[in-house]
Design a binder for this molecule. Sequence first.
Ligand code: SAH
Length: 258
Amino acid sequence: MNLFFHMNHESILSIDNFKSEAARLEIRLTNDQAKQLSTYAQILIEYNKHTNLVGNAAPECLLFDHILDSLALLPILNGLQAKKSALPASLIDIGSGAGFPGLVLAIAKGDLKVTAVDATNKKVVFLQSVVEALDLSKHVRIINARAEDIANSKAFRSSFDYATCRALGALPVVCELTLPFLKPGGCALLQRGSKQIEAEKSMAQKAVAQLGATLVESILLDRQVLAKDHYVLIFKQDKQAPPKYPRQWKDIKAKPIF
Ligand code: SAH
């Protein structure tokens, strides 16, 4: 990655660089998709100057830590989708923040219907402006809400083929907030750091049964490209989550399911 210290901002976020870095993750971006990702990164850099959306908006940080890290879910998503017939698939991204991974996946997979949910108004205003700038409104909708407040409404509950939730908190919190949105047969793709992965996995394996789900796979993402060890835990929803989940935020936090 040191090479990037010799590159200027424009070349880090160039269309060619997006394409070649994505190719290292075995993802083939079209020129249009690479251009949209590049524009998205540039909008975020400018916006972050007046509104704090990401801690570090340096181009190499956006490219590697956020955009490629989000894109890394794409081959997994495509692999899961290949086993199903119905298209287009729907995905809900809980706590999308500045759009990771939801908006990145929407750009890279045009046949995916993405719902990005965030509790914080300024994040939602930003996300909406990106949707407009990149003309994504046909397959992306942005919702300003807390996940636990909308999870019981008919329009959302047990409604999605896929769910993502990145960097929102501890795994039991993330599972409780995310899994009730999945249809039976749907999958959550939850990105985790490597530090407590073994402990998290063994606890989650037993505990997610109460949400109607099973931990089916743990995938180590490509450390050559992403620099850090990142896992994706894949949970499959076997049946609808019981109506009592998700609980109120204070209970989710104070009495985690595992
Ligand atoms: N997923 C993004 C943002 C992570 S920060 C990324 O990986 O960069 C966590 C985000 O979750 C914040 O934007 C916060 O507003 C949102 N959030 C926290 N609790 C939430 C909840 N209960 N429902 C919806 N959004 C929530």
